[in-house]
Design a binder for this molecule. Structure first.
Ligand SMILES: Nc1ncnc2c1ncn2[C@@H]1O[C@H](COP(=O)(O)OP(=O)(O)O)[C@@H](O)[C@H]1O
Ligand SMILES: [Mg+2]
Length: 378
């Protein structure tokens, strides 16, 4: 999949941006704080995902501005599609999302249309951060393969909010404990599915991470992912995801109910899952060096791209925000080799730090505008 055209206006500091990207390499350069990352972000949000750097929607619009629009055309080898988002500062004007000119109810439908992967410096949090960061990474990546997964995650979250609110009610004596069972049944249903889907994705990504990490470390180090489900043991996943599995999950919730009521929060289930990333047998989060953590995070993302490509026979668009310039030549070569069939947008304040063979289009951004486009080195 490639972006063939992009037009952005009023997104953060960007104004009057329009360009036809190169089908492979697009290098976005310029001094600090000129809008390079904003440009990636403005295209990224058309995938239906939240900002990769956690920006809130209300901050998408230029300070002092009244509206923003971001529009891209994408081509998947068969047909061209057009996606756009328009937002106004005035809260009474609804957000407008269109796909091929047709108004969409929300961003959900875009998730299936425009697929992209972003590498950002903050990705090290996948390794270094709380268990939630790793769960979110796996859930997002698995959802990209199978969008129905998102539905289960959302349902489970909604059930958990209800359950936790109810726990507090029971604790305060405002409700009987018997109602909890209804929520536990639903939580068990969604939680079992989520556990099995996580296990499936982690099994897949573990294999690829192992291979990629071996290569990036010059064959000297091993990387491994271990799924520690709060409910199931590894051997449980060899059995089918059926009524027995669901009962097992349900029992676990019931066993925990008394303690949950006393503390007002749920202590078991998929929200307590952990995914342990190990390098040479040791937890990277606890014992990894900076370099190992950076490489492990990069490898996780590369593995995600590889799995996606294999499944869909179409490549996601890759956004590399400020990550390539930091890598030495051999590591850059390794990364480019894995994503070589994909369209890439990379930002760097220093284009000379990028491998010389990466030729395509160079966009210079200054004060939120494209001040120069060159493709002469093609
Ligand atoms: N809502 C906004 N309105 C106007 N400018 C914004 C808004 N949000 C961020 N900016 C500006 O965007 C710039 C940062 O852009 P960014 O893309 O992160 O820069 P970089 O080129 O370093 O990647 C800063 O100058 C910041 O003030
Ligand atoms: Mg930036």
């Amino acid at each position: 999949m490639i972006i063939t055209y992009a037009e952005i206006d009023g997104f953060k500091n960007l104004s009057g941006i329009s360009f036809a990207p190169h089908h492979k390499y697009n290098i976005i350069t310029g001094r600090n704080a000129q809008g390079k990352t904003n440009l990636l972000e403005a295209m990224w949000i058309l995938s239906g995902c939240r900002s990769f750097r956690g920006s809130k929607e209300k901050d998408y619009i230029t300070i002092g501005g009244s509206r923003m629009s971001s529009e891209i055309k994408i081509y998947d080898g068969a047909r061209e599609q057009k996606i756009s988002i328009r937002m106004a500062r005035n809260a009474s004007v609804p957000k407008q999302i269109t796909l091929n000119g047709v108004k969409q109810k929300g961003t959900r439908s875009l998730f299936d249309v425009f697929k992209c992967i972003a590498f950002i410096p903050d990705d090290v949090e996948i390794i270094k951060g709380s268990p939630e960061k790793r769960r979110n990474f796996i859930d997002m990546a698995a959802s990209q393969l199978n969008p129905v997964f998102v539905v289960h995650i959302n349902k489970h979250n909604a059930v958990m909010n209800q359950r936790n609110a109810l726990l507090k009610e029971i604790m305060q004596g405002n409700s009987g404990a018997d109602v909890l069972e209804i929520w536990d049944r639903q939580a068990a249903h969604e939680g079992t599915l989520i556990s099995y889907m996580r296990n499936e994705y982690i099994t897949k990504i573990n294999e690829i991470c192992g291979r990629l990490y071996r290569t990036i470390s010059g064959g000297s180090e091993e990387m491994e992912l271990e799924y520690k489900s709060a409910v199931f043991r590894p051997e449980d996943f060899e059995k089918p995801c059926d009524k027995d599995a669901y009962e097992q999950y349900y029992r676990k919730l019931r066993e925990s109910a008394e303690y949950d009521i006393r503390t007002g929060t749920t202590h078991t289930g998929v929200n307590r899952d952990e995914i342990i990333v190990k390098i040479n047998g040791l937890s990277a989060r606890e014992y990894g060096s900076q370099g190992q953590i950076k490489s492990a995070a990069l490898v996780m993302k590369l593995a995600q791209a590889e799995i996606y490509k294999k499944k869909s026979k179409d490549s996601p668009v890759v956004f590399l925000d400020d990550v390539m310039g930091e890598l030495d030549e051999s590591r850059q070569r390794f990364v480019f080799d894995i994503i070589k069939d994909m369209q890439i947008f990379l930002t760097t304040p220093n284009e000379s730090a990028i491998l010389p063979e990466i030729k395509g289009k160079l966009l210079r951004i200054d004060g939120g505008k494209i001040t120069d486009v060159s493709s002469h080195w093609e």
